[in-house]
Design a protein around this ligand. Structure first.
Ligand SMILES: NC(=O)c1ccc[n+]([C@@H]2O[C@H](COP(=O)([O-])OP(=O)(O)OC[C@H]3O[C@@H](n4cnc5c(N)ncnc54)[C@H](OP(=O)(O)O)[C@@H]3O)[C@@H](O)[C@H]2O)c1
Length: 284
């Protein structure tokens, strides 16, 4: 993808900084903005103007000449200290002349809701996109390996999750970044129905025409396997928090954020699975 940057000839900035611009949501948002003719700057460690959440000296240069920012935090919006870091970034963005911040957040996670509060308090116009579990975790994220291996073993049982298609998140974020009427909105975005993780894996197996097992395992056993595979302790802690606490039923309901923001229904998981399978992502 190519992105364009306009070097402003007047004092009006028009460029959007898309953080995580090569990731699951950011890549799509950058592509959609570019297709609309909007100047985009990618924000990531490998971008031409590098941006690193862990190195605050990189934030100022990335924000220079920027009007709006899409914020997707790394490693995870619910990570300890995430709210303070996002808050410090939002404050610097406002000082740098940014007008509108769009934050990607998570549901039912106190640290994520703290980060939202920090963005709301920054003085910028803001939009919060509070997303359910991404469908694309199964083909672009951490579950791709287990799916290809034929068995997904997770410490989660019968709880329902309204998996959301990341393309819907991107459409909501792009609307917030380009249209009037989204300032001050919290869009809680989910897919249209609840599925258990076992249901989701079964749909993927059907779409991919393969046998893929789902196995529920104890949380301790899951963490031990991750550690054996060299997964960093902070990532294991985040996954333990997600499976041990957040997936306790608190998020087992659908929300209308996609409908409110876009005036249309969210995509269904089976459409996601059919399209991803057609691209061959789950072929072995
Ligand atoms: N996955 C879910 O189900 C889910 C649900 C709700 C909310 N969320 C939230 O979504 C966010 C992640 O969004 P995503 O899935 O679109 O991203 P992602 O796919 O994890 O994208 C990774 C992107 O972040 C960049 N990156 C990695 N480390 C970085 C760092 N230290 N500083 C700056 N950039 C860095 C990467 O580029 P470089 O490698 O070049 O830096 C890449 O562009 C998290 O805050 C998570 O909490 C996720």
């Amino acid at each position: 993808m190519t992105t364009s940057e306009q070097h402003p000839t007047s004092t009006t900035n028009t460029t959007t900084l898309v953080l995580g611009g090569t990731g699951k949501t950011g890549r799509r948002i950058a592509e959609k903005l570019t297709a609309l003719g909007r100047p985009v700057r990618l924000g990531s460690r490998s971008a031409p103007i590098p941006f690193d959440w862990a190195d605050r000296t990189t934030w100022g240069p990335a924000l220079r000449g920027i009007d709006r920012v899409y914020i997707s935090f790394q490693p995870d919006i619910a990570a300890p200290g995430g709210a303070d870091t996002v808050g410090a970034f939002a404050d610097l963005a406002v000082e740098s002349g940014v007008r509108h911040l769009v934050l990607l957040s998570g549901r039912g996670e106190p640290e994520a809701q703290d980060a939202e509060a920090r963005v709301r308090a920054s003085g910028a116009e803001w939009t919060i996109v509070r997303a359910s579990f991404f469908a694309q975790n199964f083909d672009e994220g951490e579950f791709l390996g287990p799916i290809l291996g034929g068995e997904v073993a997770l410490p989660v049982g019968e709880v329902g999750e309204p998996f959301i298609d990341v393309d819907d998140i991107a459409d909501v974020a792009v609307a917030a970044l380009t249209e009037d009427g989204h300032t001050g909105q919290v869009y809680e975005v989910t897919g249209p129905r609840l599925l258990t993780f076992a249901d989701a894996v079964a749909e993927i197996a059907r779409a991919a025409d393969r046998e893929i097992a789902f196995v529920q395992v104890p949380l301790e056993a899951y963490s031990a396997v991750l550690a054996e595979h060299g997964v960093p302790a902070e990532v294991i802690d985040l996954l333990s928090f997600l499976f041990g606490e957040v997936l306790d039923g608190r998020n087992a309901h659908v929300c209308d954020g996609v409908q409110r923001a876009l005036g249309r229904a969210p995509r269904d998981f089976s459409d996601y699975a059919r399209d991803a399978a057609a691209r061959g992502v789950w072929k072995v």
